[in-house]
Write a protein that binds this ligand. Structure first.
Ligand SMILES: CC(C)(COP(=O)(O)OP(=O)(O)OC[C@H]1O[C@@H](n2cnc3c(N)ncnc32)[C@H](O)[C@@H]1OP(=O)(O)O)[C@@H](O)C(=O)NCCC(=O)NCCS
Length: 192
């Protein structure tokens, strides 16, 4: 597997999921309908559902083209997750990500996604790292911009987000960073 086993940033650690993460993931975000509103899965109704999801993500870890990291903060485990999926030709990596609601707005996902993009684009043969979000999810669009990705357009009727509409796929904004693009712009200096 070309992706690192662990990624560290200033405030976060991205690592392999473990069975004992289930309770923190369930209580922290998997059961929260606000968190999964624009995602492809419905809020988990039981801890068992989260346990099964964790077991699935652990299996993915052994596959050559997938990696689902759990995100730990310094003061709390499992505040979120980030998923990398390599395309069949090995030239692209698609990203998905999620964060506990009480941690939103602190720049954490920008930090995690930037590090994930760096790791993906450092893999020999990978030229493109990309992700999409529902057109009604501006916080996610902003994260991608802040992580140095470029807006490419709207993919019409691209993804089913069942919490918004269980029948009709939603239009999604797509963003990418490609090999050779500048990395994440520096954070602005704090105002005095
Ligand atoms: C989207 C998500 C990952 C963002 O994580 P985060 O750590 O809060 O993101 P950051 O703090 O790095 O940045 C959020 C940015 O969005 C902006 N933002 C938040 N809500 C917004 C809104 N309703 N409209 C416009 N911008 C918004 C914030 O102001 C911030 O930008 P700024 O730094 O320029 O002010 C998080 O909200 C989440 O997990 N949501 C649920 C799951 C999800 O939607 N995942 C993405 C699927 S594509």
């Amino acid at each position: 597997m070309p992706f690192p086993a662990e990624i560290r940033t200033a405030r976060l650690r991205l690592r392999r999921p473990a069975p004992e993460d289930a309770e923190a993931v369930h209580a922290g975000y998997a059961r929260d309908p606000e968190v999964s509103r624009y995602l492809s899965w419905r809020p988990h109704r039981s801890l068992g559902e989260t346990r099964a999801a964790i077991a699935f993500f652990m299996q993915l870890w052994d596959m050559p083209d997938r990696r689902s990291y759990v995100i730990d903060a310094a003061d709390a485990p499992c505040v979120g997750g980030i998923d990398l999926r390599m395309t069949d030709d090995g030239r692209g990596v698609a990203f998905g990500y999620v964060l506990r609601r009480d941690r939103w707005g602190q720049g954490l996902m920008t930090e995690a996604l930037s590090a994930g993009l760096d790791a993906a684009l450092a893999v020999p043969g990978v030229w493109r790292a990309w992700a999409y979000c529902d057109v009604a999810n501006p916080a996610s669009a902003r994260v991608m911009e802040k992580a140095g990705m470029q807006f490419e357009g709207v993919l019409r009727r691209w993804a089913l987000h069942p919490n918004v509409d269980p029948l009709r796929p939603r239009d999604c904004r797509v963003y990418s960073r490609v090999r050779g693009d500048p990395p994440r712009p520096a954070d602005p200096a704090p105002a005095h």
